[in-house]
Design a protein around this ligand. Structure first.
Ligand SMILES: Cc1ncc(COP(=O)(O)O)c(C=O)c1O
Length: 383
């Protein structure tokens, strides 16, 4: 069997349709979108089309979409723009399980005198919404930054309810929806979002490109200063190959959105129920929560993540322990620690994240191999 890729929350393979959209920008459509001649005009049209495609996926207007270098930059722009616009509001609410690209700008602001309140999660990875409401300080709280779906567990948070709380209390609402977009329907108006961050490479687009949705009233200040690209919100000649790819990936995701959940969840649910039958002491993290259809995060008792990943890799199967940005890290996942996964299981976590191209045959092959690999990891763990 060919290599099996079950690490789609780390990154996804570029779809053939996306590749087809990118290639002309490397050949005949190589122009600079700011140039006045026809070659430049063609490049400008490519950027415009991509902006429409991203806007359509997010049920918004193209003018609300700012192209960036990815999810990390989008998160940084949202947080620093809000801080710059309202310098007297020095309290920000977020959570302990956010991606480092939210945590790090918040830590930077903490060093500048901001008070950053990180909400805990329960055993199932959920937030206490009453606590969120009572944490808001009228006139002081600048922003609530809470992710749409967790990259490790796939646990989805109720963005519409959070957005309502933000609106009622006149607090800006940013959500990192990098893992959610293309997997769940998203409409920033319905959830009262001021900012949404997305990344191309999580939805079969290229790496190094993303977008920030900013509502009509949300302040946006550039992090990169220079010429007036992106209406002066982000300087630098546009990454036309990346942008064309993100546009095509968004159009493709919109096309698959209605069937995605059902099709991918079928594979994921089979995977989980068969694993639990074969290995009843395995723990599925966030199983009772609303979750992304493609993600399962499982802890195996008295096992080591690194050992499991290596054994699976040797047999042609790519999975991860926790997020890709921490994968060289032997410490247990901070997300699973925050969910208080018991010490007996904490070190044996696997994140299996599927995509719409994975097959039942791949899942069956994985299931055949897993019990022996877990048994081996357990023997090594005990030794
Ligand atoms: C939830 C989340 N936010 C942000 C990012 C960062 O996106 P990028 O790699 O495009 O900067 C990731 C990527 O792993 C992610 O999973």
């Amino acid at each position: 069997m060919n290599r099996i890729y079950f690490d789609n929350n780390a990154t996804t393979q570029v779809a053939p349709e996306v590749r087809t959209a990118i290639l002309p920008t490397l050949d005949e459509n190589f122009g600079n979108p700011s140039s006045a001649h026809r070659i430049g005009e063609r490049a400008r049209q490519i950027v415009d089309l991509a902006r429409e495609q991203v806007a359509e996926l997010l049920s918004t207007q193209p003018a609300r979409i700012l192209f960036t270098s990815g999810g990390s930059e989008s998160n940084n722009i949202a947080i620093f723009s809000a801080a710059r616009a309202y310098p007297n509001r020095k309290h920000i609410i977020s959570s302990v399980v956010e991606h480092p690209s939210v945590q790090a700008p918040l830590a930077f602001l903490a060093n500048q005198g901001y008070e950053i309140e990180l909400l805990p999660v329960d055993h199932q990875g959920n937030l206490d919404l009453d606590r969120l409401t009572t944490s808001i300080r009228p006139g002081e709280t600048l922003m609530i930054s809470l992710m749409g779906a967790n990259n490790e567990t796939g646990v989805i948070w109720p963005l519409a309810t959070i957005g309502k709380i933000c609106r009622k209390n006149k607090v800006l609402f940013h959500s990192d929806v990098v893992q959610m977009v293309g997997k769940e329907p998203l409409d920033p108006t319905q959830i009262n979002a001021d900012y949404l961050s997305i990344a191309g490479h999580k939805l079969h687009g290229p790496k190094g490109v993303g977008a920030l949705y900013a509502s009509r009233t949300a302040p946006v200040f550039p992090l990169v200063l220079g010429a007036s690209q992106e209406h002066g919100k982000r300087a630098g000649t546009e990454n036309t190959p990346g942008i064309a790819g993100l546009g095509a990936a968004s159009a493709l995701a919109a096309q698959h959105l209605t069937t995605y959940r059902q099709e991918v969840a079928l594979l994921r649910d089979r995977l989980e129920s068969k694993i639990l039958t074969a290995l009843p002491d395995a723990l599925i993290n966030g199983r009772d929560s609303d979750r992304l259809a493609n993600t399962t995060n499982i802890c195996f008792k008295h096992c080591s993540s690194a050992g499991l990943i290596q054994e699976l890799d040797e047999r042609g199967i790519a999975v991860s322990g926790h997020s890709a940005c921490h994968s060289g890290d032997l410490n247990p996942s901070p997300v699973l620690s925050a969910m208080q996964v018991p010490e007996t299981h904490l070190h044996g976590a696997l994140r299996i994240s599927l995509c719409r191209d994975n097959t039942r045959a791949e899942v069956e092959h994985f299931l055949e191999l897993l019990p022996e690999i877990v048994a081996k990891s357990r023997r090594n763990f005990a030794a």
